[in-house]
Design a protein around this ligand. Structure first.
Ligand code: MSP
Length: 572
């Protein structure tokens, strides 16, 4: 608790507005996995992209130079077979599905700076170059692979990684323990990568920086895998099996393994081999839990082999289930993110995913839950607060009213303990938010914002400014002060929510009259008048009223408007 002029309040008022992380040269590079084009995008894909987009926007807000790459993974047996099944030539098949991902991302405000397709020439050159680099170092050799392969996962598996199972026709099959996907025995002459020699270096990397793979539980998984056998990795397939991919340089009979090809997309975007310096050392990968092995073992091993720096962070997220079940085509319960974003609005869906998505455990999606959360937090709490403080009743002049410090004086003021607590919470919000973003616990940052919004509503409710007699000077000044404080809280929420709900934040800040150049991290100087500084907004006219911030969603309408996606066979 603090009051104006006290040392507690004046304690470095600006320190919170400087991002603590001054990563190399103020640069940041974030990536999503590149998405397989064998099927349409689903909610989980959008989730990976929304997380990366949010981190990218957050870094821009803080004044970083940030790059954000996403794209599509278009080579490999899985895509080759999907194109065959569709009776299409692989290139146009890939283009068609890749466009669907791009369309979804564009409509959901995914502000990527590069969308890469692995069938592009710029990428092919990088794959060939990288291969030759490893070959010339003797880290790739001709060999024989004999073992299990899952086309669905495009993954090689050891005997201990597969189990017996029965398929839908009652046939005995083997499946991957981890993914449950069918595996096949393969025996082929191909090229092998000396993965085994990198085990000690991988262990050092993981142990030296325990935060390199987050959350912690996934870091532990990787360490555990590295305790086990780490055989060399097959990095090519015979051309007769796999045509759809990049050929091994100087050996047209072999096609490069799709995961080696795909992982290299991150380097292609960074400008490898000519201009990746300055970006490559600040790379942060967002990955789903199903592809950790590829990113936390194979990828750093490939990079070590090439003598390149290792990723700065691997942020792992868990999966979304739909109404308690794993999303799958066969169950017909795959949530179409485009359709959801139309029903709940783009920002609504983004908010839900980031507010409810917990990195270390799976989360369940169901429409009623989305509706309830959005109505409570965006429509009622945040929207209601804005509406109250900008409505003609409390704000007849439609301006940012003046703040009168005396009302917040401990000596004869009108503020109460809870009010000072609220001021402290809002003042600390940027620091708290930054901490949670650093560990990719975006949901915790949003939990804190939602709690502060509730506190501000409580503040308004407690002092019931609508009951004050505006004709009396002191009452009028107190009313203005209450509205000023509330608008200041809203301004902070608006600035901080920009990475999460860019459209809503824009609407909110525009209504407050906050100019676009005043929406940065450095502008998070909350309630400056209280801390003895000038407030540039005092007296400024509010912006145009462009309607409610977020319209309440009616549960009935949602079910009426939306074809039921959760019942098998009803998908459009
Ligand atoms: N093509 C590879 C990645 C190569 S990166 C060099 C791939 N593609 S994918 O399309 O299958 O998956 C892309 C991302 O979507 C992964 O991070 C995966 O975890 C994520 N999701 C797939 N299903 C998901 C859910 N049900 N929930 C959340 N994310 C999910 O793997």
């Amino acid at each position: 608790m603090s009051e104006p002029g006290s040392t507690a309040n004046l304690d470095k008022p600006h320190s919170q507005h400087k991002p603590r992380n001054t990563d190399e040269g103020g640069r940041f590079y974030v990536t999503t996995p590149i998405f397989y084009v064998n099927a349409s995008p689903h909610l989980g894909h959008l989730y990976s992209a929304v997380i990366a987009d949010c981190l990218h926007r957050f870094k821009l807000l803080q004044g970083f130079h940030s790059r954000f790459a996403t794209g599509t993974d278009e080579h490999g047996l899985k895509i080759q077979q999907a194109a065959e099944a569709a009776g299409a030539d692989p290139q146009s098949f890939c283009t068609e599905v890749s466009e669907r991902f791009k369309g979804l991302f564009d409509s959901c405000d995914i502000s990527y700076t590069d969308f890469i397709r692995t069938t592009e020439q710029r990428h092919k050159r990088v794959v060939e170059h990288f291969w030759s680099l490893l070959w010339n170092k003797g880290l790739i050799y001709r060999g024989n692979y004999e073992g299990w392969y899952s086309t669905q996962d495009e993954s090689f598996l050891t005997e201990t990684q597969v189990v017996d199972a029965v398929d839908s026709q009652g046939n005995k099959i083997k499946v991957s323990v981890e993914s449950g996907h069918k595996v096949e025995w393969m025996k082929e002459e191909n090229y092998m990568f000396r993965l085994s020699v990198f085990r000690p270096q991988l262990l050092d990397w993981l142990r030296e920086d325990p935060a390199v793979v987050q959350p912690e539980c996934f870091h532990q998984h990787v360490l555990k895998w590295l305790q086990q056998d780490l055989p060399d990795l097959s990095v090519s397939r015979h051309r007769s099996r796999l045509q759809w991919g990049v050929s091994v340089p100087n050996d047209p009979d072999q096609t490069i393994y799709v995961w080696l090809d795909a992982l290299l997309n991150y380097l292609t975007v960074a400008g490898f081999p000519d201009s990746h310096q300055g970006w490559w050392n600040v790379v942060h990968h967002i990955v789903g839990k199903d592809i950790i092995k590829f990113h936390a073992i194979y990828w750093p091993a490939f990079l070590l082999a090439a003598g390149l720096p290792l990723p700065k962070r691997l942020y792992v997220h868990s999966h979304w289930t739909a109404e308690g079940k794993k999303m799958s085509k066969s169950l017909g319960n795959v949530v179409d993110p485009l359709q959801s974003s139309q029903v709940f609005t783009t920002d609504g869906l983004r908010y839900f995913l980031l507010r409810q998505g917990v990195p270390d455990s799976d989360c369940d999606y169901y429409e009623h839950k989305v509706t309830k959360l959005l109505n409570a937090e965006l429509a009622d709490s945040l929207g209601g607060l804005l509406n109250r403080c900008t409505a003609a009743g409390l704000n007849p002049d439609q301006v940012y009213p003046p703040f009168c410090p005396e009302f917040f004086s401990r000596d004869g003021g009108r503020a109460v303990d809870e009010d000072y607590q609220m001021l402290d919470s809002v003042k600390n919000l940027p620091v708290v938010m930054e901490q949670h973003f650093r560990s990719m616990n975006i949901y915790k940052a949003l939990e804190n914002i939602a709690a502060c919004v509730r506190q501000t509503n409580g503040f308004v409710q407690r002092h019931a400014p609508w009951k004050l007699d505006k004709r009396k000077s002191e009452e009028r000044q107190w009313l203005d002060t209450i509205v000023h404080v509330s608008l200041e809280c809203l301004r902070i929420y608006g600035i901080l929510l920009q990475p999460v709900v860019p459209q809503i934040s824009d609407k909110l800040l525009s209504r407050l009259g906050v100019r676009s150049e005043e929406r940065k991290w450095v502008n998070l100087n909350f309630l400056p008048k209280y801390y003895g500084m000038e407030c540039p907004l005092t007296g400024r006219p509010l912006g145009q009223n462009s309607g409610v911030l977020f319209s309440r969603l009616e549960t009935e309408n949602i079910h009426k408007d939306k074809p039921n996606q959760t019942k098998k066979g009803q998908k459009k």
